[in-house]
Design a protein around this ligand. Structure first.
Ligand code: PEP
Ligand code: MN
Length: 335
């Protein structure tokens, strides 16, 4: 951390700041420039996070140089993290396809979807039982009944299951039925939920918030890891921009950046990232090329009858085509 002093800061101002900072077991290094002085602060500067240094007399600005997140950072752990869920490895060169309907609607819908996506190569079955919809009048999900269906279909097909968790009071219930907890975009900064998931040690897919920066997203992951849960998978699902043609703007910059900044696996969700069926295949191809560790794609046996997100859901045939294109790109990248 660097503390930049004002041009007219006095020797006493500089001394006061240094003495204050040293009280927290940090060391200081003062550099006197021609116009102003700067104070370099060395040590665990997190302790200063909530301290009012910028309000101290003579201080012009406080600039943090190191990242605020530690456990998720690649500098803390250079090797890629592999999250193992049952017999499925996610990350570290193991590309994983996750697919299934937006929402669990019935046993028949789920088993039809699961059998189809498994045949195309998906290892993880998705299906929301609690749906955080923008409108309270939209289908809210089958709740516990939906979890039971997902669980039954997962066991019947031998697939790993993932479903969204919307409240910390649901952790025991959702963990009983599903293998991976999904934290939705709208809950990325629900810090109490993140802390409880951290304590649970359950594998978790953390979606990026609709309007969250990369740093906020990684800090959210840090909340989970800080509580002792290393099984964190990140998911880029598009962000809000001025563009209205697509539902969101899939930020593939962030995928490449986060692969540099963090050791955690990164999954791409082109379904919510674009909101358009015709864009899922090209963006899936791009996600593979940019270095994603997997894809999560909405697939419905009858998209025109879907109770949620039908417009962005692929048919099983369309999904199968995406899978073979993805495999070709993966193979090309290996050679
Ligand atoms: C979903 O996966 O169906 C979902 C609601 O995703 P998001 O939280 O990214 O909007
Ligand atoms: Mn959806």
């Amino acid at each position: 951390m660097v503390i930049i002093m004002k041009e007219n800061a006095t020797e006493e101002n500089i001394r006061n700041v240094c003495e204050y900072v040293r009280k927290f077991n940090l060391s200081t290094h003062v550099v006197n420039g021609a116009e102003r002085s700067i104070i370099g602060v060395i040590g665990n500067v997190e302790v200063l996070e909530d301290k009012p240094i910028s309000a101290m007399e003579g201080v012009y600005d406080v600039v943090r140089i190191s990242s605020p997140y530690k456990l998720v950072s690649r500098s803390a752990k250079p090797d890629n993290t592999v999250v193992r869920v049952k017999d499925v490895d996610i990350g570290g060169g193991n590309f994983v396809m996750m697919a299934g309907p937006c929402a669990v609607e019935s046993y028949e819908q789920m088993i039809e979807a699961a059998k189809a996506v498994k045949k195309s190569g998906a290892k993880v079955l998705r299906g929301g039982a609690y749906k955080p919809r923008s409108s309270p009048y939209s289908f809210q999900g089958l709740e516990e009944e939906g979890l039971k269906i997902l669980n039954a279909v997962g066991r019947e097909t031998g697939m790993v299951t993932i479903t969204e968790i919307v409240s910390s009071s649901h952790i025991d219930k959702v963990s009983k039925y599903a293998d991976i907890l999904q934290v939705g975009s709208r809950n990325m900064q629900n810090f109490e939920l993140l802390k409880e998931i951290g304590k649970s040690k359950m594998p978790v897919l953390l979606k990026r918030g609709l309007s969250s920066t990369i740093e906020e997203w990684l800090n959210a992951a840090e909340y989970i890891m800080k509580e002792g849960n290393p099984n964190v998978i990140l998911c880029e699902r598009g962000i809000r921009t001025f563009e209205t043609y697509t539902r969101n703007t899939l930020d593939l910059n962030a995928v490449a950046a986060v692969k540099n900044l963090s050791h955690l696996p990164v999954i791409v969700d082109p379904s919510h990232g674009t909101g358009r069926r015709d864009l899922i295949a090209p963006l899936s191809r791009a996600a593979v090329a940019v270095g994603a560790d997997g894809l999560i794609i909405e697939v419905h046996p009858h998209p025109d009858m879907a109770l949620s997100d039908g417009a962005q859901s692929l048919t099983p045939e369309e999904f199968d085509k995406v899978c073979s294109e993805v495999n070709k790109i993966l193979l090309a990248l290996k050679n």
